[in-house]
Write a protein that binds this ligand. Structure first.
Ligand code: UFG
Length: 347
C-alpha cells in the first residue's frame, strides 16, 4: 500500500480513480484547484489540498508533509472546442504547469508517475485500429499539449529513473460509485444525450452525418471510467524505470447514431435529435487497439458495454436531479419502443 498524489482528484476520471485507490487500501492526497473539479466529487477519506499544479511552492510543501510513493496526474484543460480557440491556456496548464509539477516531484524523489493522456495525440489516424506506435499528429492543442508532456515525461523517465506510464484514453464515459461526468460547459455526447432525454436540453445535435462511415456519423471507442481506474491501479505494479504508453479503449467503436439509439433503448424514452454541421477537429473514426495493455498489464474492460455505460451515467444523473425519478420505459409516460438487441459495434 502506498501514498498516492492525485492531481485533478475532484474531476471526473480523477475522482473515480481516487475512490478506487482508497478501496484498494492506498492513501490518497488530492491536489485540485477546483477550476473544473467539484468538492462533492472528492471521495471520502482523501486528503485534499486546493492548489494549482503549477504552484511549485504549494506542491513542494505537500511533498514535504507526505511521503509520496506515486503520482497520478489528471489535472488538465480538456475541452476540445476550447483548445481550438484558446491554445495559450492549454499550453500553460497541460505543459508549463504540468512540467513544474513533474520537476517538484522529481526533486522530492517520486519514482512513479502515471499520466492521463489521450487518443487526441493521434489526430486523424491513418489506419484503424490505432496502436501506440501509430503516427502522432494532433489536430487540436489539447492533443498537442498531451503529446508534448508525454515526450518530456519520457526524457525525465530515462534520465532520472522514473517509472512513467502514459494512458491514452479513448472516450471515457459512464459513472461509478457516485462519481460521473459533469463538465461545465458540457460538450460530451453521453451527458448531452441524457440531458436531451430529460428535457433539460431541447435536443441533441449530431455533428455531421456526411463522414465516410457506415451511417455517416463519427465512430468512437467508449470505455467505462471504472475500467480506466482499474488500469491505473494495475500501473502501480510497473516499477521498471522508463516510459511506456498504453491505449485504454475496447477495440470496438460505435457511431453517434448508434449511441443515440442505444440511449433511447436503455432509457425507454425518445431523445430529440437534429443534424448539424461537422465539429471542427473531429476525426471520423477513433478506435483503439488495446492489445498492449491487455498483454502487459493484464487489463480487460469489464464495464465498457455501451448499454452499461449509458445506464450508469443515467443512474448517476438521476441521483443528482432534484424531484422524483423520471420513468424509464413506462408506457403511460414515455413513448415505448420495442426492446432491440444491443447495438453492435462497427468493427
Ligand atoms: N458529438 C455530437 N454532438 C454533440 C457532442 C458530440 O455529435 O453534441 C459527437 C462528436 O462529434 C464525436 C462523438 O460525439 O463524434 C464523441 O464526442 P465527445 O465530445 O463526447 O468526445 P470526443 O470524441 O470529441 O473527445 C474524446 C475525449 C477527448 C479525447 C478525444 C480523442 O473527450 O478527451 O476523445 O480525440 F481527446
Amino acid at each position: 500500500m502506498g501514498k498516492i498524489l492525485v492531481t485533478g482528484g475532484a474531476g471526473y476520471v480523477g475522482s473515480v480513480c481516487s475512490s478506487e485507490l482508497l478501496a484498494h487500501g492506498h492513501e490518497v492526497v488530492v491536489v485540485d484547484d477546483l477550476s473544473a473539479g467539484h468538492m462533492d466529487a472528492l471521495p471520502k477519506g482523501a486528503r485534499f489540498y486546493r492548489a494549482d499544479i503549477g504552484d511549485a511552492e504549494a506542491i513542494r510543501s505537500i511533498t514535504a508533509e507526505h511521503h509520496i510513493d506515486a503520482a497520478f496526474h489528471f489535472a488538465a484543460k480538456a475541452l476540445i472546442p476550447e483548445s481550438v480557440t484558446n491554445p495559450a491556456l492549454f499550453f500553460k496548464v497541460n505543459v508549463s504547469s504540468s512540467l513544474a509539477l513533474l520537476e517538484v516531484l522529481r526533486t522530492a524523489g517520486v519514482k512513479k508517475f502515471v499520466f492521463s493522456s489521450s487518443a487526441a495525440v493521434y489526430g486523424n489516424p491513418t489506419s484503424m485500429p490505432i496502436d501506440e506506435d501509430a503516427p502522432k499528429a494532433p489536430v487540436n492543442s489539447y492533443g498537442e499539449t498531451k503529446l508534448c508532456f508525454e515526450r518530456a515525461l519520457a526524457w525525465y523517465a530515462s534520465a532520472y529513473g522514473i517509472s512513467a506510464v502514459a494512458f491514452r484514453y479513448f472516450n471515457a464515459s459512464g459513472a461509478a460509485g457516485g462519481f460521473g461526468e459533469d463538465h461545465r460547459p458540457e460538450t460530451h455526447i453521453i451527458p448531452l444525450l441524457l440531458q436531451a432525454a430529460t428535457g433539460n436540453r431541447e435536443h441533441f445535435t449530431i455533428f455531421g452525418e456526411d463522414y465516410q462511415t457506415p451511417d455517416g456519423t463519427c465512430l468512437r471507442d467508449y470505455v467505462h471510467v471504472t475500467d480506466i481506474a482499474r488500469a491505473h491501479i494495475l500501473a502501480l505494479q510497473v516499477d521498471s524505470p522508463g516510459f511506456v504508453a498504453y491505449n485504454i479503449g475496447t477495440g470496438q467503436s460505435y457511431s453517434v447514431r448508434q449511441v443515440w439509439k442505444t440511449a433511447e433503448d436503455v432509457l425507454g424514452r425518445p431523445i430529440n435529435v437534429c443534424v448539424g454541421k461537422r465539429r471542427p477537429g473531429d476525426p471520423a473514426v477513433l478506435c483503439a487497439n488495446p492489445s498492449k495493455i491487455k498483454k502487459e498489464l493484464g487489463w480487460i474492460p469489464k464495464q465498457s458495454d455501451l448499454r452499461n455505460i449509458i445506464q450508469t451515467a443515467w443512474n448517476w444523473m438521476e441521483e443528482r436531479r432534484p424531484g422524483p425519478p423520471l420513468a424509464t420505459g413506462s408506457p403511460s409516460q414515455v413513448r415505448t419502443r420495442p426492446r432491440t438487441t444491443p447495438a453492435r459495434p462497427f468493427e
